[in-house]
Ligand binder design. Structure first.
Ligand SMILES: [Zn+2]
Length: 330
């Protein structure tokens, strides 16, 4: 089994977006500590639109200089020490700005597909370049912001032109639509890797792109009751390390608390308690790949502890790996 621990490296996007130090730098330094102690490496999907905005506004607002520098230094450190840096696009940064006190984040155009094709091309080229320049390495794997990459027909040609050949955004049976979000992976094959061409949730054996879906798990309402209640009972262990708040996803919480929900295998907060269960399920299905998602901002002391236990227990038995290790020079 190849195990990919993947992190979407970003702040929050609502009014309460949180600080770079608490949402990104500190929790990532904890991940680095775990990785180095156990000699494993992780994959980071870096929200490069934010780096570009920091660079743009730091000239006018010198207080942004330290945020910019700490991100640049941490991303370079991650890359130089063997972690994978890959492309994560939150295009709403195009419409957002810094007002001298905080970021005014406009999420009316939240999905890349909310932009027209010329704009999409410009965003993909620009966002990929900043990561390629920072790391000096190949950027070829994509994780869509908020899992939104449909309709893929709007992205397909531009991704091909930019040598983005692997996607890791789909999770089987995931389905959600709101003002901002839209993804539908209900038809995704029950596979841990497949090729696709026009639609990432539909297998096409002759397809140009490889999908390495985020592993998926079905959670009971009881699980989510525990998840929501634990944070209140023991905030020291269960409160997210990030100091912001996620944008609202209307209806999602109610659904989770009342019916079985298909979710990503995830290390955010209490979700990390399911790592072993998910691994056992994937092993029994004879899958070769397990892709775990997380967000530094949403990690808790509890989830870091669970991640470390999981790595310690499985590091000799399974292959903790990254996209670059598996897809380059093959
Ligand atoms: Zn994201």
């Amino acid at each position: 089994m190849n195990i990919y621990i993947t992190l979407d490296y970003e702040i929050y996007f609502g009014e309460n977006h949180g600080s770079v130090e608490k949402c990104i730098i500190y929790p990532t330094s904890e991940l680095i500590r775990i990785a180095e102690k156990h000699n494993v490496r992780f994959s980071f999907f870096v929200d490069c639109g934010f780096i570009l905005k920091l660079d743009e506004f730091r000239k006018q607002f010198p207080q942004l200089e330290s945020d910019y520098k700490s991100i640049i230094e941490q991303v370079k450190y991650l890359s130089n020490s063997g972690h994978d840096i890959q492309l994560h696009i939150h295009p709403h940064w195009e419409d957002s700005f810094y007002n001298g006190e905080h970021w005014i984040i406009d999420i009316k155009r939240y999905k890349l597909t909310d932009f027209n094709e010329d704009e999409i091309e410009n965003i993909v080229v620009k966002y990929k370049k900043i990561l390629a320049d920072l790391t000096g390495k190949s950027i070829f794997t994509y994780r869509a912001g908020g899992w939104c990459l449909q309709p893929f027909s709007k992205l397909k040609k531009i991704f091909k032109q930019n040598n983005i050949t692997v996607d890791s955004s789909v999770f089987r049976n995931g389905f959600y639509t709101s003002e901002q979000y839209s993804y539908d992976f209900r038809n995704a094959p029950d596979k841990d890797i497949y090729k696709f061409e026009d639609e990432p949730a539909i297998e096409n054996r002759a397809g140009y792109f490889t999908e390495l879906p985020i592993s998926s798990i079905r959670n009971s309402p009881l699980f989510f009751w525990k998840l929501f209640l634990l944070g209140r009972r023991n905030p020291y262990m269960h409160k997210p390390l990030g100091d912001g708040k996620a944008i609202s996803a209307p209806g999602q919480r109610k659904q989770m608390l009342t019916q079985y929900t298909d979710c990503t295998v995830c290390i955010d907060g209490y979700n990390a308690s399911l790592l072993e269960k998910a691994l056992m399920k994937l092993t029994s299905k004879k899958f070769d790949n397990m892709v775990v998602i997380g967000h530094p901002k949403a990690l808790s002391r509890y989830s870091l502890q669970e991640l470390e236990k999981f790595v310690e227990k499985n590091k000799t038995k399974y292959n903790f790996t990254t996209y670059s290790k598996m897809f380059i020079n093959k």
